[in-house]
Design a protein around this ligand. Sequence first.
Ligand code: ADP
Ligand code: GLC
Length: 488
Amino acid sequence: MKVAIVASEAAPFAKTGGLADVVGALPKALFRLGHEPVLIMPYYRSVARLNLPLEEAARIRVPIAGEVQHGRVLQGQLPGADCPVYFLEQAAYYDRAGLYNDNGVDFPDNCARFAFLSRGAIEAVRAIDFDAQLFHMHDWQSALVAPYLRLLYGNDPLGRAGTLLTIHNLSYQGVYPGWDMDTIGIDRRHYNMREFEFWGNLSLLKAGILYSGVVNTVSPSYAREIETPEFGCGMEGVLRDRDADLHGVVNGIDDSVWNPAGDPFLSSTYGPDDLSGKVAAKRSLLRHCGFTGRKAPLAGMVTRLAHQKGLDILAAALPELFQQTALQCVILGDGDNGIRASLEQLAARFPGRLAVFFGHDERLAHRIIAGADLCLVPSRFEPCGLTQLYALKYGTVPVVRWTGGLKDTVCDCAPESLAAGKATGFQFADATPQALTACVIRALDLYRDPRAWTRLMLNGMTQDWSWEASARHYLDLYAEARQSRGTA
Ligand code: ADP
Ligand code: GLC
């Protein structure tokens, strides 16, 4: 199938979180299954700095706020696959330091920037003569592709292409004032409850949900959760209306990037048959943290610094854990400055027990996932979560909150599940420091039994979370999406 994948980030070109990992990996998996995907994304300043070998494939003209914006379509390739990537170059929109914001403050013209991505993607597909049978959009930034196709390209063969919208995180909804209908270039008569209007504003995500043939999230549990007020972020009614077309597909692992047997960021690689490289990875991580005492259990967390991720829950649990156990902890994070400041203070209180590093650091992310004994994911909600999946593959036992994709990917360790070879980690139900503390203590009790612990590690390491199964699931949804028109 010919599939145009449109997204605002993709590894290894531009990344703020797991969305990039998914968008970088899925086209390669589709390609390996014999399909013809192309990826379309913005040409950010950070992409330009990579000095990729690119060729101009086309020029596009995109009406935004009643004016024509010009752009260039630059063709490159996804590393490790014969799969084309088309970067939309538009300097006024994308030649900036951040992807979405400057120092935590969203760019004021994000609505225009991502309307340009969505309509520009359709224009690019036309200009390069790619006969797309399906457009696969990701989150609010490319959600407008579906309404654009229906409302503005009805006379074009592309207007008949199927549409699938993947929601990676419902808490980001692309909400703007109603007058931005003019920015996106859609007639104001579509500003109503059944289309673009959302609690008195315009929501790009809502329009995408209602206009797309099929919608999915990144785990079955999160797909059900978002139909409830607790997780629905005000969109639960809209999602319940689309219940029959709302699916959950768990993300996979791109093992050309995340694989302890060939990880270029590690000084010695390892696998289930020989764990000595993991011991070396821990030693080197401890040195990096300035920690001594190799026998103590080491917990790691790699995360965006956002309320979602429960860093405040962890910060409130750590003093008690440091008092009751020998635990050491390392956190790598990027994002909110307030969360950063509180972690810095905590690290200053507990030298030798807590090390914190800030910024986006791919190399350190790999070293933590490999070198830690436990991987902490105390999220308030988690659509899928990737660090616990990477941790499983690296023999680092996940300690996760029982929510969303964390529910679907980690099997809690109890005597029966361990004996049955099923247990892979530890789960706790309540989003409280007490529940997290009790769960870590439960994990550390098992850690004292090296044979049982190794068994738990190996259970996780030998699971198959490769992209192939998820890509096949997406192909089924593509087929379904080609038969469906959405409900708008
Ligand atoms: P989310 O997409 O909500 O941020 P995921 O667990 O799905 O959460 O994906 C997070 C991805 O981002 C993982 O690949 C993780 O390694 C990476 N990551 C998060 N924070 C950092 C950071 N500060 N430096 C490097 N990589 C990071
Ligand atoms: C989002 C979610 C995360 C998910 C990722 C990739 O950022 O927060 O749970 O793994 O997207 O789908």
